[in-house]
Design a binder for this molecule. Sequence first.
Ligand code: SF4
Ligand code: SF4
Ligand code: SF4
Length: 270
Amino acid sequence: MVKKHKRLNNIPVLFDELGLTALSDSQLETLAEVDACLPQTQCGLCDHTEGCLPYAHAIVVKNEPYNKCVPGGQPVSDRIANILQQDSLSVIPSKWQTNPQTARPTEVRAVIREADCIGCTKCIPACPVDAIIGTGKHMHTIFTELCTGCELCLSPCPVDCIDLVPIERAPSETEREQEQAHLRQRYHHHLNRVEAQINDKRNAKPVVSMVQSKLNNVSNHQLNIDEKQVKDTIANAKLRSKIKKLEKQLSVRENEKKRAELARLKAELA
Ligand code: SF4
Ligand code: SF4
Ligand code: SF4
C-alpha cells in the first residue's frame, strides 16, 4: 500500500505501471520528495512523456540522471542532489535562455492568434493542465494564468496560430510550491477525465495525444466502431505525436539517438 505517502495516493490509472505498491517506504518517501520539487509542467522534455512523476520514479528507482528537467534548470537539479545526498550534477544544457533572477530557463506562455484560429479543437486534449477553452468551429483561447508554457499544444495546431511569449517573473519558493501543487492537481484531473472519456463506450473520437494513447491502452477500451480504421488512426496519431515530440525535444537539445529515431519514425509514417 502507498497509504503512508499521501502525495502518492489516489493517483491516476496512467501511473499504475510505475508499480508504486512494490516500492519500499524509503523509496516512496524519496519519490514523493523528488516529485514535489519538479516543476509539474508535464512537458516531457526529460524524455518522460507522461510527465514529472514518471521522471521522479526513474530517478529514484532506476538511477536515471537527475539533471534532465529543462524547465527546472540547475536549481531543481541541485535540489534533487540534496534529497538524494549525492554530488551536484550540472543540468544538461538546453537552448532555452536562463532567467538571471531565478537561474531557471525563462518562462513562456502560449497565446492563440485568435484571428487565425479555425476552431478545430486539436489543441485542447494536448494541454495537460486544461488551460485552453473553446468549442468546435469557434475561436479558442488560453487562460494565461494557467498556462505553463509546456509547448505541447503547438504541434497539434494545423495552422500554427499559437505563439509563445516570454514572461519575466521570480516567484517565491512558497508561491512556486503552491503553483506546482495546483498544476499537478489539474494534470491529474485531466488524466482522470480523459480516462473516463475513453471508457465511455459512446465516445468514438480518435486518440490524439500521447497520454491519451497510453490511457487508451491502460484502460483496455474495447472499440466498437470500424476497428481497423480506428486502429490505423490511433497508430498514425501516435507516430505523428512521437515525431512532433522528438522534433520539439531536438529543438531544445540536440541528441544523436533521438535524431536517428526521428528519421526512423518519419520513414515509418511515410
Ligand atoms: S517539468 Fe517537464 S522536463 Fe521537468 S520533470 Fe516535469 S515533465 Fe520532465
Ligand atoms: S496552453 Fe499550451 S503551452 Fe500552455 S500549458 Fe496548455 S499545452 Fe502547455
Ligand atoms: S489547434 Fe490551433 S486552430 Fe485548432 S483550435 Fe487550437 S489554436 Fe485553434
